[in-house]
Ligand binder design. Structure first.
Ligand SMILES: [Fe+2]
Ligand SMILES: [Fe+2]
Length: 493
């Protein structure tokens, strides 16, 4: 096997992130394609019979994916471990587009109590079809289902594929971590989809589902109250067509994190979460080609964009069932671009300091906008650059006290920052140091070694010292991930 073997002791260490990535990129791509095609086949086999033409494409695609992997591994196993899929000992990474099929496969394997599928060269198209139909026909939740499945496969002459039992939950710590991360991820994407729903409903003047909004915000509140950094990491997800929805969710998470540090209770956090989720709701009235414009706004376009706070108030007034939340949401929508020094927009005759919620949202909003490629600034700043620019605005545009709290949460090197260390290794800031005196010593996922070679996604604690009492690694500088062709969000999924 050319793949790296698991070092289970290290892998189950609580500080260890469950990433393994030291597999060649083609194999990784092959594994992702394999998961995608298996998912299509399983679904298709539930609708069509085995001779149906709908199977031709997925079977061909699956053969291609297998070919890629077989080139270096004549036999390999796709394994379910906790909430993740592995190719032999290596966790299969996946992108946002692959997420639905990945999760489908995890659930399908869990439901049938199948822990692994092994593929051995040569696999024929008929083997693939028979496997998919035999798998789909298995009753859910049966013990020893892998034995039964293997027997049935043998009866049908399939020798190139077989299955294994679900691995015992070896380590609670690991699974617990995986489950928490999964929870955070699910909640995040639910929030994005709920936001999309609300904005589309408002646009088409349909009634909105506030229950869903409240539920998803409460879900985030629960995660934040457990001091989970996992959800903070997800706010590094930005560059998508769905930017506006992602932005609303990111701002909401960042605002609630500030609220939590201020000691807000659950109810207050939920109100803040909803108000901040709706802060840009007036953008439903801004034409999409202006919002997504790749260059700077013209004067006229800028005037239209500047209307979104007022349009937001109007939009919120149409949402039924907000009740006591309506007032705070309207205030935030109206005020989130009015600064601490009362400049900004919209300009009002009677100048008043923006409301407390608005001042929190303004900070979260600036940070997320500055670190994104969209929205006003067309070039994203690295998180630390954004923070230092905001520092200059503290006390002028931004409430200095709230900014101080925010800066402490984000740390000197915010979660999601790509950093170079004095060892010349590159890493991704994964978790901030809870000790306020050691903000420059977060936990980091190693991305490359000292000569620039991609490495397993091992997490290291920069607070760690060697026997002589010297720090093992120190951050040397923050880098721009775009220049290094690294998709950071991937590491948080
Ligand atoms: Fe805005
Ligand atoms: Fe915004």
């Amino acid at each position: 096997m050319s793949m790296e073997q698991d070092n289970s002791k290290a892998r189950y260490d609580g500080a260890q992130s469950p990433f393994r990535s030291e597999v060649s990129e083609p194999i990784h791509k092959g594994a992702r394609a394999l998961i995608n095609q298996l998912q299509v086949l399983f679904r298709t086999s539930q609708i069509h019979d085995i001779g149906n033409v709908a199977l031709v494409r997925p079977v061909t695609n699956m053969m291609n994916a297998l070919d890629v992997i077989f080139r270096s591994e004549p036999e390999f196993t796709v394994r379910l471990r906790g909430e993740y899929l592995y190719l032999d000992q290596t966790r299969i990474r996946y992108d946002i587009e692959d997420m639905a099929s990945y999760e489908y496969m995890v659930e399908a394997l869990k439901e049938k109590k199948i822990g692994s599928i092994t593929f051995q060269q040569p696999v024929t198209p008929d083997d693939i079809k028979r496997f998919a139909y035999t798998f789909s026909a298995m009753a859910p939740d049966k013990d020893d289902s892998h034995d039964e499945l293997n027997e049935r496969l043998a009866q049908r002459g399939v020798k190139s594929m077989w299955t294994g039992a679900v691995e015992e939950q070896e380590q609670i710590k690991f699974d617990d971590l995986a489950d928490r991360r999964k929870m955070a991820k699910k909640t995040y994407f639910q929030a994005v989809s709920v936001t999309r729903g609300v904005m589309n409903n408002i646009k088409s003047e349909q009634p909105t589902h506030l229950k869903k909004v409240k539920r998803v915000i409460q879900g985030i509140v629960d995660i934040i109250l457990k001091e989970e950094s996992s959800i903070m990491g997800l706010t590094t997800i930005k560059d998508f067509d769905e930017y506006t929805y992602n932005h609303c969710v990111n701002v909401s998470i960042l605002a609630m994190t500030i609220g939590q540090k201020l000691g807000f209770d659950k109810n207050l956090l939920t109100s803040l979460g909803i108000a901040s989720l709706f802060h840009d709701i007036g953008k439903v009235d801004v034409p999409i080609d202006i919002l997504n414009k790749p260059s700077s706004f013209t004067e006229d376009e800028w005037e239209i964009v500047k209307r979104h706070p007022v349009m937001g108030v109007k939009a919120i007034s149409k949402v039924r069932g907000l009740n006591e939340l309506a007032a705070s949401s309207m205030v935030v929508a109206f005020e989130h671009h009015i600064f601490y020094d009362m400049t900004g927009y919209p300009q009002t005759r009677n100048k008043m300091m923006p409301n407390f919620f608005s001042r929190i949202v303004s900070i979260a909003d600036q940070y997320d906008s500055m670190t994104s490629a969209r929205v006003y600034s067309r070039i994203p700043y690295t998180p630390d650059k954004a923070l230092s620019l905001m520092m200059e605005r503290s006390g002028v545009q931004l409430d200095p006290l709230l900014f101080k709290i925010f800066a402490n949460i984000i740390g000197v090197y915010p979660i999601g920052t790509l950093v170079m260390m004095d060892t010349r290794e590159l890493g991704l800031v994964y978790e901030s140091n809870p000790n306020p005196e050691k903000l420059d010593r977060p936990k980091v996922i190693l991305i490359t070694d000292s000569v620039g070679k991609r490495v397993t996604g091992r997490t290291v604690d920069l607070g760690e010292k060697d026997p002589s009492g010297r720090y093992k690694r120190t951050i040397f500088k923050a880098l721009d991930p775009k220049k290094y062709n690294i998709n950071l969000a991937e590491y948080f999924l």
